[in-house]
Ligand binder design. Sequence first.
Ligand code: 13P
Ligand code: SF4
Length: 305
Amino acid sequence: MSERHQEYIEKINDLRREKRAVILAHNYQRPEIQDIADYTGDSLGLARQASETEAETIVFCGVHFMAETAHILNPEKTVLIPDPGAGCPMADMVTAPGLEALKAEHPGVPVVCYVNSPAEVKAVSDVCCTSSNAVSIVQNLPGDKVIFVPDENLGRYVAQRTGKTIILWPGYCPTHRRIKPETVRRLKSESPGAVFLAHPECDEDVLALADHICSTSGMYEFARQTAATEIIVGSEMGMLHRLRLENPDKTFIMPGDNIICPNMKLTTLKKVFLSLLEGRTVVTLPEDVREKALAATERMVKVLA
Ligand code: 13P
Ligand code: SF4
């Protein structure tokens, strides 16, 4: 570890005690951010942690919709995002007016919105979901038709798993789109014993090659219990840090060297330090939007994976 890193870690530790703050980090964060976090997890785990913590301040090391979800669920706590520019391009692919227009075409059809979406979209949805509980949520809805926004790949995967008709929205993750089926096929032929783990945001032709499809935290669980010693990781590069720490005897292979979410990498130790020191940037919403988004978000947190 560099001296600079050590210096920031000490300052962060002092400030987190002083301000009664908790640091939550997504599984794609830089290794040094994962290492200082009080909790590292997937979107559902982070939303639950944000609801359960007794800390007064949450420093959210992830992307904006994740911090916004923490605020929707906990308006009495201060939610800080170290870099307010850390957005999610997929979340920006859907708008409330766009969803309202789709709903008008399908009156009475329930709307499930992936948590990777703006609060205004959650406010006009019936229930939110994450990659870990999307199948259960759709399965438990009445009727056999569902509107699903914004991730087309996750929506199609849920349709296959539930047998329901899903009205899709053309949103996608630019990072997971970089994973190509020909790369996965080549890696599988080079390592015939390897298993291919894929996040459901991967494209359809990539998911078709997967041995197991799950959320980012689901990948840790799978890697721990599988007998396979070589695992191709169909998700973002940040996954490698904990996968390797927790499974020193296994080999993890990325399907490309550019499977990186640039927004997730915007959070640095220096920005976490400044965030705690200066109390910025506070994530907030107009209260009417937060209240409207709350019902769909609370339903999501209650449904197990
Ligand atoms: P998880 O909830 O599986 O961590 O996924 C969040 C995400 O944005 C993946 O790209
Ligand atoms: Fe959004 Fe994709 Fe980054 Fe996840 S990996 S935060 S879906 S852009």
